[in-house]
Each structure stands twice: as structure tokens, then as C-alpha cells.
Design a binder for this molecule. Structure first.
Ligand SMILES: Nc1ncnc2c1ncn2[C@@H]1O[C@H](COP(=O)(O)OP(=O)(O)OP(=O)(O)O)[C@@H](O)[C@H]1O
Length: 224
């Protein structure tokens, strides 16, 4: 489903934060990527989500070798992946949005307005956004509720690969458990693959088939 081969990536020319990293996630598999803060996990996750162009290396997603990233990536490839980032306030681009609009954003962007009502209500239930939460603005909900909405948005186009970058960071235990359960239910229903990134082995073990440690030598770090 996802093959990252010898990825080198960073933000400044000549100063990579990810060096020669390889990782594969098979169809239907859930892989945890474990590593300390600042080691480059989020950067690699962004490369896998086609949000950041690597300086070197190859990304193969669903059998297609990726040549373009961000808005230049073909829509069909972009919508293969759903992404939940660590900081929901940063990933929710427009602070004036209501949660309902935030969840519906990918459906609007892909011209599937007709599906919005049913799909958003279905996902609100799946992630536990009850009561009037969907009608509230981003500024008027807790980080936990905003992250629930971000997970719903990531699932709204039924991605075949879900990437969760430290999704449960800074959430209380009950909200974290609810979000993990929602991802598990989605995967049971769709056989979607999962790449879960985080610093806590116990959290990753809870929802992943196997965990790759960032500090492993390259030969152990991937099954390619
Ligand atoms: N947009 C950016 N511009 C410049 N440098 C960045 C940017 N994002 C991350 N970095 C730097 O790249 C390095 C790796 O960061 P990254 O977020 O990928 O690591 P991480 O393992 O996910 O850390 P954390 O678990 O704390 O999020 C860090 O030194 C960070 O400061």
C-alpha cells in the first residue's frame, strides 16, 4: 500500500532531518512508527501523505510511484490517503469554520456535495461528536472535539491508507481511546491500512500490528 524507500527530507537545503529512511505498510496492515520527539517522524509522515516533497528516495502509494506532491499530486492519489496531524488547531486551516464544514471540506473540494449531509452525520456518530458540536465553530470546542472532527475529515473520502501523526497527543485518556476505537472500526469495515506515528510504544501497540522503531538500523527498520 505504501513503500517509502531511502527517503531523505528536510526543510533547508543540505540539512535533512530524515536521512535514508525506508518503511513499508502492506494493504490492510497497521504499522506504528515509534521515535523520540524531533527525530523526524512527522516529516516522514508528511512525505508519506504527499504533503512534503522528499529531497531523495521513492514513495510508492497504492502501486503508483509518486512524482508530484501537495496540490500538484493527482487527486486520485491524494484522496487515497487520509491524514490526522498532531495539533488540531494548526491543521484546521480556517478558524471561522464550523465543525460540520471542517468535516465536509474534502467532499466539497472533490465536488461531492450531495453526500455531505449523510456522510458527515455518519462520521460524527463514529467519532463521538454528539449534541450541537457539529454546529459550533472551531474556536468554541475543546482540542479533543476538534481532533474528533479532524479524524472525521480524514475519513470522509474513505481513504485506503490512514496516517495518524501523534493523533492522541494532549488528549485525555477517554478521548484518545474513543479516537483509536473509531480508527479500528473504520479499518474493520474497510481493510484500510494505517501508519500511526508517535512517541509512546504502549499507545502504538494498542492499535498497530507491528511497530518500527526509528532508532533501528535500516535493515531492521523496514520489511522491503
Ligand atoms: N516546517 C518546518 N520548518 C523547519 N524545520 C522543521 C519544520 N518542521 C519540523 N522541523 C524540524 O525538523 C526536525 C524534525 O521534526 P519532526 O516534527 O519531523 O520530528 P518528530 O519526530 O515528529 O517530532 P515530534 O514528535 O516532536 O513532533 C526538528 O528539528 C524540527 O524542528
Amino acid at each position: 500500500m505504501l513503500e517509502l524507500s531511502n527517503i531523505t527530507a528536510g526543510y533547508e537545503r543540505g540539512r535533512p532531518v530524515v536521512r535514508d529512511m525506508s518503511l513499508a505498510v502492506a494493504r490492510g496492515e497497521a504499522v506504528g512508527l515509534l521515535g523520540p520527539s524531533g527525530c523526524g517522524k512527522s516529516t516522514l509522515a508528511r512525505v508519506a501523505a504527499l504533503l512534503h516533497r522528499p529531497d531523495a528516495g521513492t514513495v510508492v502509494l497504492d502501486g503508483t510511484t509518486v512524482t508530484d506532491y501537495r496540490h500538484r499530486a493527482p487527486r486520485a492519489l491524494r484522496t487515497t490517503v487520509g491524514v490526522v496531524l498532531q495539533a488540531p488547531r494548526l491543521s484546521a486551516t480556517d478558524p471561522r469554520l464550523r465543525l460540520r464544514d471542517l468535516v465536509a471540506e474534502p467532499l466539497r473540494a472533490t465536488g461531492r456535495r450531495i453526500e455531505i449531509r449523510e456522510r458527515v452525520d455518519e462520521l460524527a456518530q463514529a467519532v463521538g461528536l454528539g449534541g450541537d458540536l457539529l454546529t459550533r465553530g472551531i474556536r468554541d470546542v475543546s482540542d479533543g472535539d476538534l481532533q474528533r472532527a479532524c479524524l472525521a475529515r480524514a475519513l470522509v473520502l474513505r481513504p485506503r491508507l490512514l496516517i495518524c501523526d501523534d493523533m492522541t497527543a494532549a488528549l485525555d485518556a477517554a478521548t484518545a481511546a474513543a479516537l483509536i476505537a473509531a480508527v479500528e472500526a473504520y479499518r474493520r469495515g474497510t481493510q484500510a491500512s494505517l501508519l500511526a506515528v508517535g512517541p509512546d510504544p504502549a499507545v502504538l501497540a494498542r492499535w498497530c500490528d507491528r511497530t518500527v522503531s526509528w532508532s533501528s538500523p535500516p535493515s531492521d527498520a523496514h520489511p522491503l
